[in-house]
Design a protein around this ligand. Structure first.
Ligand code: SF4
Length: 689
């Protein structure tokens, strides 16, 4: 075996450490990096097989431009492709204004790319229209964390702290299947005598590990949280001293929760009163309680309110800031955390600064060497941006980096129509994804093991992916694409292409902000196996645990906020009598653009999970196709008949084209998160002719 490079997995937010070695002429092989503390050498099936990404025969290796006469994509040189893109962007901006061009990023991009993309949009293009797919990942938890604690860091403690808690409550997380190496923390917690509670409409491999499993109706997690608060208060289990010293607003929450007596909670959520009482007994008797939410709780039109409800539970128990306790969000995408800190979001500048804050604009503009008044203001959120494409007043061109919108957007038929209505769609990707296939220009870019860059994992730990192998000939980094376009657009600011130089600039831009990276360097990351932000100076040790003494609010206290339960945007009715929910499976990642192309990962295709009672009622047979219909579209897939799902609910994994044609684009008023996790649906048997 040749030289080994220490790096990290290309996929989820755990960012497991791995060793990458060269294999053969151009291949790579994955090995364990046992000293990296987050996964201690363990990887899931996706991680072990990630080397297959390098060898994919579908890899793009030259720019493609759609021929206007034939409608076909044809290979061109880089200069021709970039010249064409720049000239068309300039022409569209000349005709329709700066916001005629939009940028769409991704939560899998490195920090350096996310930072450059935000700067590129604001400085080189001068457009306000930038957002990214992380808006659909955990923006509701981000919004709730900012409101309650004054800062949003997925986990405000290292993941290993889970092992030392007494009770861990997982709301809408299938961690044992989506990030298997993390499940060992739950196992060790239980070996110590701790308890695991799982709240999920499906009994998943995570629920099977639970000491207590609650199976609510999809979209009712907030009502459950309010019911827990009601009983905690009724039983005198609220930590009154903590509430008085470290929080504000509890009286209003107490009044709101008073209306959620157990029988009402049971009627709303389907969780039996005795199960609710069992949960409250566990919580009330524990010294260290950790509440962790994931997409199941967050991807709702009430996602922010739902997370606030569970934060209220943690605060009422006096947990946030206490060792081995508190609230955290299990981020999903590889750089779900860092991707939202450096300026890809429509409303933010690097360092988690708000774009409408004059001091923030002045600081970042000075680092960029531009006039603060030249920076655009807040743009549209991800779905609203896509929905405006090609419409009156909406962008006419879109640049996509690191996102497969056609598969991953809610109400995907509508979004695909919007993409098709653009004057110019440019997609940077490693393979011909479903979104790239629609593009006017496709630019082949480097991936993961072929480049160096930092990621910030779900703990707020900044880690370094080191280049292990040269990219294929003809392929360039997104950083080169951004710099090449910026130059052609006549950008007033310079765009570096070396990742370490960009990281140093990012550190300066983030200095003094909430996500302060100023004291972090590549050398430090390698030496210390990751550094936790905030880390304002090279001498600062980094901050693995937040909130020990105070919260990041102006008065240092956490906020109880009153979430009013209104239920899902769509409730079942006679035409659509069921709940549809979506999620992930072990062998696939996000839109599947990468994992569906790996031979060693089973690409079983989409399936429809339904309960035997429902299957009997409609005549469904295991393995035979059923049709799922919602108000937005339909799809068919083989039935998988399981007792682990509620009889009133069907589940479809979202990694394949067509699933998100079903999902609802109702948005959370604060985070602008679409309601991926529940809508009304009907299921029927597909007649064989
Ligand atoms: Fe680890 Fe996630 Fe990669 Fe699996 S997909 S190896 S859990 S980082």
């Amino acid at each position: 075996m040749g030289v080994m490079t220490q790096s990290h997995c290309p996929y989820c937010s755990l960012q497991c450490g791995m060793q990458i070695s060269r294999k053969g002429r151009a291949g790579i092989e994955i090995g364990a990096w046992e000293e990296f503390p987050v996964n201690e050498g363990a990887l899931c099936r996706k991680g072990w097989t990630a080397g297959g990404l390098r060898g994919s025969r579908e890899r793009l290796t030259f720019p493609l431009v759609r021929d206007r006469a034939t409608g076909e994509l044809r290979a061109v040189g880089w200069d021709e492709a970039l010249d064409l893109v720049a000239s068309r962007l300039l022409a569209l901006q000349e005709a329709h204004g700066k916001d005629a061009v939009a940028v769409f990023g991704g939560g899998g991009l490195t920090n350096e790319k996310a930072y450059q993309l935000g700067k590129f949009a604001r400085v080189a293009l001068g457009t306000s229209q930038i957002d990214y797919n992380g808006r659909w990942c955990m923006s509701s938890a981000a919004s709730a964390g900012n409101q309650a604690f004054g800062v949003d860091r997925g986990l405000p403690f290292p993941l290993v702290d889970v092992e030392q808690a007494d009770v861990v409550v997982l709301v809408g997380s299938n961690l044992a299947e989506t990030m298997p190496p993390a499940a060992r923390h739950l196992d060790r917690l239980r070996e110590r005598g701790g308890k695991v509670v799982v709240v999920d409409p499906r009994l998943t491999p995570t629920g099977e590990r639970a000491d207590l499993f609650l199976q609510p109706v999809p979209g009712t997690d907030l009502a459950l949280a309010l019911g827990v608060l009601h009983l905690l208060d009724a039983q005198g289990a609220v930590d009154e001293a903590y509430v008085a010293e470290r929080t504000t607003g509890f009286d209003d929450v107490r009044r709101a929760a008073a209306a959620w007596w157990p029988e009402r909670v049971e009627r709303t959520t389907g969780v039996a009163t005795d199960e609710l009482r069992s949960l409250v007994t566990l919580l009330a008797g524990a010294d260290r309680v950790m509440v962790l939410t994931a997409r199941g709780a967050e991807q709702h039109a009430q996602g922010t309110a739902t997370v606030l409800g569970w934060i209220d539970v943690a605060l009422a128990l006096g947990m946030p800031g206490r060792p081995y306790a508190g609230y955290g969000c299990l981020t999903g995408q590889g750089n779900g955390q860092g991707g939202r800190e450096h300026g890809q979001k429509a409303d933010q500048l690097p360092g988690y600064r708000m774009i409408d804050d004059p001091a923030a604009r002045a600081h970042v503009a000075q680092v960029w060497g531009v006039d603060p008044d030249s920076l655009p203001g807040k743009g549209r959120s991800a779905y609203e941006l896509l929905d405006s494409l090609g419409q009156d007043g909406g962008p006419k061109a879109l640049l996509v980096h690191g996102s497969n919108i056609v598969v991953s957007a809610p109400n995907a038929t509508r979004v695909t129509q919007r993409l098709e209505s653009l004057d110019l769609l440019v997609v940077c990707d490693i393979v011909m994804s479903e979104t790239a296939a629609l593009a006017d220009v496709v630019l082949p870019v480097t991936q993961w093991a072929e480049e160096t860059g930092t990621m910030t994992n779900l703990e707020g730990r900044v880690i370094l992916r080191q280049q292990a192998i040269a990219p294929p000939e003809g392929v360039r980094s997104d950083l080169d694409v951004i710099a090449g376009l910026a130059e052609r657009l006549g950008s007033p600011a310079a765009f570096a292409t070396e990742p370490e130089e960009i990281f140093e600039e990012l550190g300066r831009a983030s200095a003094g902000g909430k996500a302060d990276y100023a004291g972090i360097s590549y050398d430090r990351i390698v030496r210390e196996k990751g550094v936790f932000w905030p880390c304002p100076t090279p001498e600062h040790p980094g901050t693995p645990r937040l909130f020990a003494d105070e919260f990041a609010t102006p008065d240092g206290r956490a906020r109880f906020l009153v979430p009013a339960y209104t239920g899902p945007a769509e409730e079942p009715d006679p035409s659509y009598p069921l709940h549809l929910t979506t999620g992930r499976v072990l062998a696939q990642y996000q839109s599947g653009a990468q994992t569906r192309r790996i031979r060693d990962l089973t690409d079983e295709g989409a399936f429809v999970e339904l309960h035997p009672m429902l299957a009997d009622r409609i005549g469904a047979v295991e393995g035979r196709a059923v049709l799922v219909r919602t108000r937005r579209g339909e799809m068919s897939a083989p039935a998988r008949i399981v007792t682990t799902i509620r009889p009133d609910t069907v589940f479809v994994p979202f990694h394949w084209v067509g699933v998100n044609r079903l999902t609802n684009d109702a948005l959370d008023p604060s985070s602008r998160m679409p309601e991926f996790k529940v809508c009304a649906a009907d299921v029927s048997v597909v007649e064989v002719r």
